[in-house]
Design a protein around this ligand. Structure first.
Ligand SMILES: C[S@@+](CC[C@H](N)C(=O)[O-])C[C@H]1O[C@@H](n2cnc3c(N)ncnc32)[C@H](O)[C@@H]1O
Length: 299
């Protein structure tokens, strides 16, 4: 959940591990990045294999020109450029200079990639001519873009006729699923719904995947295939999964705490305490499944 409720301290990037060069870059940039930055990058580290599978599912003609907007930390721009190599081009665009710097770093870490250009851009007024790109890729940003249909219309404008706008989005109620006791799960979902309504004015505020198809239609795009990608991780969790879960569950705890009965909150605290005997981090039968969905809209 990228709810912007995470405190601005980069120390959480490296929970229980030594700092990698990538951690240091992220820490340096964190002051200028949104509060969700550490959790977002850790999500890419934990589920990179499955997210790259989503990138591979996008129809990309050889030598294609692809726009990744907003590109964030560059994870998808690198994956797209790796797929296109040696021909074609990726334009990575974002409103945030700090994110564009991070994206340059990320792309620079990969070896054989198609050309990547970094462009500061507002998703509502893209600095590109009409019909410029074969594909526009837009990942997990329709919450940040509070006028999603206007943004999708602008993406449609810059896609060639016959091209595709590819949207990767989540539904908060089915995004990170842990095999909690059922009673805890139900109360957590209710608490997420209440907290979301309070912050976003609607219980669906963190579930853009429920509305992407309608938004594509309203933007004048023809909805095509919808593909959901799952990442299954059983205990003991690998380092990146564990680090991501620690961040995600801490954020979730801050978000839902005012909406959980005291006994449930205490149960949740025990369940997410990294050092706790029966917590998800120590239980040998713990399992987590992460879902994200790719929507294709044709021009
Ligand atoms: C949740 S992040 C997702 C980034 C990336 N697509 C990913 O999945 O990692 C949202 C991104 O939207 C960018 N953003 C917010 N408003 C924007 C705007 N009007 N135009 C372009 N980028 C914007 C932020 O800087 C941030 O990089």
């Amino acid at each position: 959940m990228h709810v912007g409720c995470q405190p601005r301290h980069a120390g959480c990037i490296s929970v229980g591990r030594n700092l990698t060069p990538a951690d240091r870059t992220l820490m340096a940039a964190t002051a200028k990045l949104p509060d969700y930055a550490a959790s977002l990058t850790q999500y890419h580290r934990a589920f990179g294999r499955e997210l790259r599978r989503a990138v591979r599912a996008v129809p990309l003609p050889a030598g294609a020109r692809v726009l990744d907007v907003p590109c964030g930390d560059g994870f998808y721009a690198a994956a797209l450029a790796r797929r296109l190599y040696p021909f074609g081009k990726v334009v990575a665009a974002d409103l945030s200079d700090a994110y564009l710097d991070l994206a340059r770093e990320e792309v620079g870490r990969w070896g054989r990639l198609a050309a990547v250009e970094f462009v500061p851009a507002d998703a509502y007024r893209l600095p590109f001519p009409a019909d410029e790109f074969h594909v526009v890729w837009c990942a997990r940003s329709l919450i940040s873009l509070d006028r999603p249909v206007d943004a999708l219309r602008e993406m449609r404008r810059v896609v060639k006729p016959g091209g595709v706008v590819a949207v990767l989005e989540d539904d908060e109620y089915h995004r990170v699923m842990v095999n909690w006791p059922v009673g805890l799960e139900l109360d957590l979902q209710r608490a997420v719904a209440e907290a979301t309504r309070e912050r976003y004015g609607s219980r669906a505020g963190l579930s853009p995947a429920r509305r992407v198809r309608r938004w594509l239609l309203e933007a004048g795009l023809r909805p095509g295939r919808r593909m959901t990608f799952s990442a299954d991780r059983p205990a003991p969790f690998d380092g990146p999964t564990r680090a991501y879960l620690e961040l995600h569950l801490k954020e979730t705890r801050e978000f839902v705490a005012p909406h959980l009965p005291a006994d449930r909150l205490a149960e949740f605290d025990r369940a997410i305490d990294p050092a706790g005997e029966g917590s998800v981090f120590r239980r040998p039968d713990a399992e987590v499944t992460c879902l994200t969905t790719l929507f294709l809209g044709a021009k």
